[in-house]
Design a protein around this ligand. Structure first.
Ligand code: 7XF
Length: 412
């Protein structure tokens, strides 16, 4: 594993770029080109044969993408990375490279909705067996795994209900059985969690989220050993998905990475304060935040995450009808899918991100119809809470902030 000496933010700003080799340009130039001219027929042939290094077509490599990949690999503690056109592009490229008909993938039942349907619907058509195992249960993987198992795949915290999987313990069992371990690290980013250092073989990301950070692009990444990444580049990306990232979007992610540490600290600070508000509200029946001591995965989260992230799923009294009224009453907080943006976003997984699950599957995999998912943004946290409080007031006639003021007035 590569050991970098400087701090996370320093590497997120500088790693891999030397201005002196680019006319002193502080920001790396963006190579907006699909193809690269060869100096001779022989040189082109050598590059295609893999006998000579260099860029020749952006679906395979491009200097702007290479810089992003080098930087992401460094931040995740991997040898190499591959940038892709979306998080789904990253997941598909990695999985298509690793599996063949007859193989089995073991995965937890809670996954981002399209990852779930990719596994459950699309892959099964090609003779791949998908086995759902409760990876939060000790010993469950040991019982289920066999020499047919090629990949063990999970998210932690999982989208949307924050189930926490012990990365180190799960990776140890999977590797003993010879399976490749893939962890979706979208919710944490390498700033909060580094699965490769805990034994994972590959990390996948939706860079659309915190890595980009500004809700202005769709992108993904895979990080791991140089050997695996090269295989995924030449098979999963080049031939099987073609899901290549635009250099312009790579440049936006490089810009986003410069503030990743600052933004993640703010997301985490604000989420802790919003969690306190929600946990104190009498109309909130459950809050699924790993920072809460009462949360099932709290101890494992504390062990493998630097902080607890910016995502807060919760349930309210009155089920779906009340949840709908609550969301429709919000003014500052936007009703939108995606997460990790500057804007605070709220959505209803059962009818939106996880509508790819059948109602029976949602019931089986702990995604309740009343669940609401909040992605705490970068606004002033008081404004986020004030918006939530006004919506609770409109829905239930209960305001925690006004009652505080009432108490203060009564005390005067
Ligand atoms: O292809 P995308 O960049 O949208 O990434 C897919 C993806 C992969 N892993 C995780 C953990 C994800 O959350 C996503 C995308 N999730 C969005 C969401 O949950 O809001 C997608 C909006 S439908």
């Amino acid at each position: 594993m590569k050991q970098s000496k400087t701090g996370f933010a320093t590497r997120a700003i500088h790693h891999g770029h030397d201005a002196s080799t680019h006319h002193g340009a502080l920001n790396p130039p963006v190579y907006m080109t699909s193809t690269f001219a060869f100096q001779s027929v022989e040189q082109g042939g050598e590059m295609f044969a893999g006998e000579r290094e260099g860029h020749f077509y952006t679906r395979i490599s491009n200097p702007t993408l290479s810089l992003l990949e080098t930087r992401l690999a460094d931040l995740e503690g991997g040898e190499a990375a591959l940038a892709t056109a979306s998080g789904m592009g990253a997941i598909c490229a990695a999985i298509w490279t690793l599996i063949a008909p007859g193989d089995e993938i073991i995965t937890d039942g809670t996954l981002y909705g399209c990852t779930f349907s990719f596994f459950r619907e699309s892959l099964q058509k090609f003779g791949i067996t998908i086995t759902h195992v409760d990876l939060t249960e000790e010993g469950a993987l040991e019982k289920a795994i066999s020499d047919k198992t090629k990949v063990v795949y999970f998210e932690t915290p999982a989208n949307p209900n924050m189930r926490i999987v012990d990365i180190e313990a799960t990776a140890a069992v999977a590797k003993h059985a010879g399976a490749t371990v893939i962890v979706d690290n979208t919710y944490c980013t390498p700033y909060l969690q580094q699965p490769l250092s805990l034994g994972a073989d590959l990390v996948v990301h939706s860079a659309t989220k915190y890595l980009g950070g500004h809700g202005d692009l769709i992108a993904g990444a895979v990080v791991g050993s140089a050997e695996l990444i090269q295989e995924i580049r030449l098979v999963g990306l080049k031939d099987m998905t073609g899901a290549v990232l635009s250099p312009q979007d790579a440049n936006l992610i490089l810009r986003g990475l410069k503030t990743l540490e600052l933004r993640m600290e703010r997301h985490c600070d604000s989420a802790e304060i919003v969690t306190e508000y929600l946990a104190a509200h009498p109309m909130v029946t459950s809050v699924y935040f790993p920072g809460l001591e009462s949360f099932k995965g709290h101890e494992i989260a504390k062990k493998q995450m630097a902080r607890f992230g910016g995502m807060i799923p919760f349930e309210v009294e009155g089920g779906l009808d009340a949840a709908t009224k609550l969301l429709n009453s919000l003014k500052l907080i936007q009703i939108a899918v995606s997460l990790g943006d500057a804007e605070t976003l709220i959505q209803h997984p059962a009818s939106m991100t996880h509508s790819t699950y059948t109602p029976e599957e949602r019931a089986e995999f702990h995604i309740s119809d009343g669940l609401i998912r909040l992605s705490v943004g970068l606004e002033h946290v008081d404004d986020v809470i004030a918006d939530l409080d006004a919506a609770f007031d409109a829905t239930y006639g209960i305001s925690l902030l006004n009652s505080d003021k009432d108490h203060a007035r009564a005390a005067e």
